[in-house]
Design a protein around this ligand. Structure first.
Ligand code: SAH
Ligand code: SF4
Length: 424
């Protein structure tokens, strides 16, 4: 979502007559920040230090994003070189804010920022992000998102479709619909009523030029039969589901306030795998949540093995100021977190290799996104989000081709062109 926001900030400033020419000689630098874990949040201060020391004078520095939201004026105190602090729901006011100095805007305005952003999208690659929902009302005890992005808000259907068309015009062939809880989407329709994510996907599938649709991130509590049906019935919707579970032990899930159990999650996964055979599942995991025992951690490992994830993201628990878990008893020592993370990533990696190996011999569509390292080689994505390398002089970026998967590496597959399916 930060990548999406950064694009929009760029477009907004370009509409004001500014030109983006790289960071070197820039008069203004916008740091779009993340507050989800401490490491991400601290990065901004080292970046500010580097910019201040830049040859030829420091640029005006804007701190945008969730660190800006969480720390507000504190950013100005801690980093005097910063000129503007603007939160993730207020960045459409950046042109106004840049007229002043030492400005802070962390409002969460009632009229959403999207209405104030340019409707034309600048040129994008074959894949583009499109934010359809923002914020979260779930309050997992470890997470800052409900505080930094605010409550759950869905964009109206018409606005999403207009942006999908603008992105198709700008070159996108694949759209990833974004939301912190994207499957909680419930957007207003022009003529009254609302659409859920499944309904929205069916509409986006009708946008000319959009060949593939993905969405992320979903919450187990908001998985609906309608969305599973969409996976079976909408050919553009890719067979891939990112459904974070965070941990495999019920006492931990309860303390995380996840509102699902291990069994409810496993049953959901089994049901989805049954209804949509071959769908790739991915997830997010946290190790070292307060009070996590060896037995809790083993439960996470066994869940990973049982689900058979195509891939998964894993993180060491990072206490975030103001969240309930930050002050819970039983904070786990750093060396234990390190060891558990390494072990979990090893098990996730085994699963990913197994998933890739099981794909060898299949023929599937690949959307080509960029040039590979070798001459004549292109890299694209399989429907299951695997990177696929193909060397064939007749292919170009943006093509969708039928490819036979012939060899698997841990993080990619090699493919052989069968036939061009849809030219760029
Ligand atoms: N809304 C999504 C994900 C939001 S944040 C969901 O509910 O799953 C993305 C991921 O960051 C989370 O899934 C979680 O695994 C991780 N995360 C969030 N807060 C964290 C923290 N304090 N420490 C470590 N990882 C965290
Ligand atoms: Fe954070 Fe996701 Fe939980 Fe919301 S549902 S609080 S975004 S982890």
């Amino acid at each position: 979502m930060n990548a999406y926001d950064a694009e929009r900030i760029g477009e907004l400033l370009e509409a004001e007559g500014m030109v983006a020419e790289g960071i070197e000689g820039a008069d203004v630098v916008v740091l779009n920040t993340c507050h989800i874990r401490e490491k991400a949040a601290e990065k901004v201060y080292s970046d500010i230090g580097r910019l201040r020391a830049r040859d030829g004078g420091a640029p005006r520095i804007v701190v945008a994003g969730c660190v800006a939201q969480a720390e507000g004026a504190e950013v100005l105190r801690r980093a005097p070189a910063v000129d503007v602090v603007v939160g993730p729901q207020a960045y459409h006011r950046l042109p106004e804010l840049l007229k002043g100095h030492r400005m802070v805007d962390t409002d969460m305005p009632v009229v959403p920022k999207f209405d104030a952003l340019p409707t034309r999208r600048r040129s994008v690659g074959t894949n583009a992000f499109l934010t359809v929902q923002e914020g979260c009302d779930k309050f997992c005890t470890f997470c800052v998102v409900p505080y930094t992005r605010g409550g759950e808000v869905s964009r109206p259907v018409g606005a999403v479709l207009a942006e999908a068309r603008a992105l198709a015009d700008a070159g996108a062939r694949e759209l990833t619909l974004l939301g912190q809880n994207v499957n909680a989407y419930h957007g207003d329709e022009d003529g009254g009523g609302t659409l859920d994510l499944a309904g929205l996907i069916r509409r986006v599938a009708q946008v000319p030029g959009i060949a593939r649709i993905r969405y992320t991130t979903s919450h187990p509590r908001d998985m609906t039969q309608a969305l599973i049906d969409a996976h079976r019935e909408v050919p553009q919707l890719m067979p891939y589901l990112h459904l974070p579970v965070q941990a495999g032990s019920d006492p931990l899930l309860r303390r995380m306030n996840r509102a699902h159990t291990r069994d409810s999650y496993m049953a959901q996964i089994a049901d989805i795998q049954h209804q949509v055979p071959g769908i790739a599942i991915s997830g997010d995991f946290i190790v070292g949540f307060p009070g996590e025992t060896d037995a809790d951690f083993d439960a996470t490992l066994s869940l990973v093995r049982e689900v058979g994830y195509a891939q998964a993201y894993s993180f060491k628990y990072s206490p975030r100021p103001g969240t309930p878990a930050a002050t819970m008893a039983g904070q786990v020592p750093e060396d234990v977190k390190d060891a558990r993370l390494a072990e979990l990533q090893r098990v996730i990696g085994e699963g990913a290799i197994a998933f890739n190996r099981a794909s060898v011999g299949k023929t599937c569509d690949v959307l080509f996104e960029r040039a590979g390292r070798r001459p004549g080689q292109l890299i694209g994505k399989s429907p299951w989000l695997q990177s696929v390398f193909v060397s064939d002089a007749s292919l170009k970026i943006g093509d969708i081709a039928q490819v036979e998967l012939v060899d698997a590496q841990p993080n990619s597959l090699e493919g052989r062109l069968v036939t061009l399916a849809q030219a760029a």
